[in-house]
Design a protein around this ligand. Structure first.
Ligand SMILES: NC(=O)c1ccc[n+]([C@@H]2O[C@H](COP(=O)([O-])OP(=O)(O)OC[C@H]3O[C@@H](n4cnc5c(N)ncnc54)[C@H](O)[C@@H]3O)[C@@H](O)[C@H]2O)c1
Length: 260
């Protein structure tokens, strides 16, 4: 198992990619701090882990609040005896997030808060625990649209995730000699409940499908596999990198449907 004896913090672990990663980490031997703003779904994830024979504790709260974030890391580290891995995964898409002219400042602020400020705070309060453990791994969940823009804009989301990518590189440089690695993942559209609901609209799906070389959404478990690798010692020389995991979308310039 890849993560035996590791203690992992996962934000947004009550939801799609976070939950899949929590289950994967536990299956690979890690004890997991299942963190989410929603208590019920976090408890469900923890229950799934313990029922399968794994180890999990929940850490409920809003990670955009500094005092809450600090106490979540302190409690999680106390419960598991330390923290070796941080997966900054929690994020939101605000319904009103659109182009720069249309997006209300309130939607901008909420999006930057949940997608970028919360990652900064998790580093602020989480990295001291990694240092205490003698090192560790940070994986930040960015997005495909942090690498390539979209003509269907979500300006706040894109900007926040771009910030996550930049922060990841600086973390890698700052903490390279302290045995902490930091990497980002850039998933394409992944079949979590919010995306499934959106893509159920045939017109929305048909608009995007031609730009997907693999012609399908990613699965949360496929994203979790990459996160588990980057968090593990098998990735011991990988830091400061951004990994596309998008079925080839970011590699495509012009494609036609089913070219062969
Ligand atoms: N699903 C996709 O297509 C896709 C693609 C690229 C990137 N991502 C990124 O992956 C991450 C997870 O996405 P998902 O689709 O699994 O979403 P999701 O909505 O299923 O899960 C996100 C979780 O984060 C939690 N959360 C939100 N704000 C929080 C806060 N302030 N404090 C604590 N918890 C909070 C939510 O309660 C939820 O459980 C996000 O950062 C998202 O931007 C998703």
């Amino acid at each position: 198992m890849r993560l035996t004896n590791k203690r992992a913090f996962i934000s947004g672990a009550g939801g799609g990619i976070g939950r899949a990663t929590a289950l994967k980490f536990a299956a690979e031997g890690a004890a997991v701090i299942v963190s989410d703003i929603r208590a019920a779904t976090a408890e469900e994830t923890a229950q799934l882990i313990t029922t399968a024979g794994g180890a999990a504790v929940t850490a409920i709260g809003d990670l955009t609040d500094p005092a809450t974030c600090e106490s979540i890391f302190a409690a999680g580290a106390k419960a598991l005896g330390g923290i070796d891995i941080i997966f900054n995964n929690a994020g939101i898409i605000a319904a009103e997030d659109a182009g720069p002219v249309e997006t209300p400042l309130s939607a901008w602020n909420a999006t930057i808060g949940a997608n970028l400020t919360a990652v900064f705070l998790a580093c602020k309060y989480g990295i001291p625990h990694l240092l205490t453990a003698g090192g560790g791994a940070i994986v930040n969940n960015a997005t495909l649209v942090a690498l390539v823009g979209s003509a269907f804009p979500q300006i706040a989301y894109t900007a926040a995730k771009g910030g996550v990518l930049s922060m990841t590189r600086e973390l890698a440089i700052m903490y390279g000699r302290k045995n902490i690695r930091a990497n980002a993942i850039c998933p394409g559209p992944t079949a979590t409940p919010i995306v499934n609901a959106f893509m159920a609209d045939q017109a929305a799906w048909e608009l995007r499908r031609p730009f997907m070389p693999m012609g399908r959404l990613g699965r949360p478990e496929e994203i979790a596999n990459l996160v588990a690798f980057l968090a593990s010692d098998e990735a011991s020389y990988i830091t400061g990198a951004a990994y596309s995991i998008d079925g080839g979308i970011s590699a495509a310039y012009v494609i036609k449907d089913d070219p062969v």
